[in-house]
Design a protein around this ligand. Structure first.
Ligand SMILES: [Fe+2]
Ligand SMILES: [Fe+2]
Length: 242
């Protein structure tokens, strides 16, 4: 079973595998015309109409608890857009929770395919998974500390969950190899790095200093995750890497 290379096989997705039928197929496009008049401009118009009328992806609820939590929130979030901060906190929380699940799925691939020369050990993958979990725990406390409800799916959490759907599909597809799943993980870690940086900045701007320090530590761990995944993929592809 190959873990690092695509194999030669009977791939018939290209037109070149059946030249004799390709001309007939092209002829068919003039025989069977589109069933509706118009072109892509009409499609764009429909998209625009829907976008104008649609509800937003969701909203950020008011603080779940009253009293101390609200006071903390008022002290903790001095930024001009506290709702945005809560939205992004909810986003990262959900992403880190999904991140643990993604690592679990990746570990299943590891169990089947094993590693490769220059690839990760199970311990290394498990360490990164635990760090994702710790980030999730830390964010749960952070959301609570600013008077939010950590179980809420904020609009940005929803957005990121949809964006990550394809990655999850790759990870749990029985046909994908360990290395292919590492490629999916690279996309996760790239997004994660970017988002931890902006979250740290938002915390600093909001005057939430303690949170900013904790987020910066998470950001550093995420930078290491990314570096590691890049190195493993370079090894899988026989590249020297950086
Ligand atoms: Fe993460
Ligand atoms: Fe990570």
């Amino acid at each position: 079973m190959s873990t690092t290379h695509a194999e030669i096989g009977h791939n018939r997705t290209g037109i070149g595998t059946a030249r004799e039928f390709s001309d007939a197929m092209l002829e068919g496009t003039s025989e069977f015309l589109p069933s509706a008049v118009g072109d892509e401009r009409d499609i764009a118009r429909v998209r625009e109409d829907y976008a104008k009328d649609a509800d937003p992806l969701g909203s950020v609820p008011p603080p779940a608890t009253l009293g101390d939590a609200v006071r903390t929130a008022a002290q903790g979030i001095r930024g001009l857009r506290p709702t945005q901060f809560i939205d992004k906190l909810g986003e990262r929380l959900a992403f880190e929770r999904s991140g643990v699940r993604l690592y679990e799925a990746l570990l299943s691939k590891f169990s089947v395919f094993g590693s490769f020369e220059g690839g990760p050990t199970r311990d290394e993958l498990e360490l990164q998974m635990r760090e994702e979990y710790e980030h999730f725990r830390m964010l749960t406390e952070a959301v609570t500390s600013v008077g939010g409800d950590p179980t809420v799916v904020t609009p940005s959490a929803d957005l990121h969950a949809t964006m990550t759907k394809g990655i999850l599909e790759v990870m749990v597809d029985p046909r994908t190899t360990f290395v292919q799943c590492l490629e999916a993980l690279l996309v996760v870690e790239l997004a994660d790095n970017e988002c931890w940086e902006s979250l740290t900045e938002l915390a600093q701007q909001s005057g939430a200093r303690e949170l900013a320090t904790a987020f910066d530590a998470a950001r550093e761990e995420e930078a290491e995750h990314l570096e590691n995944v890049r190195t493993w993929l370079a090894a899988a592809q026989n590249r020297p890497g950086e």
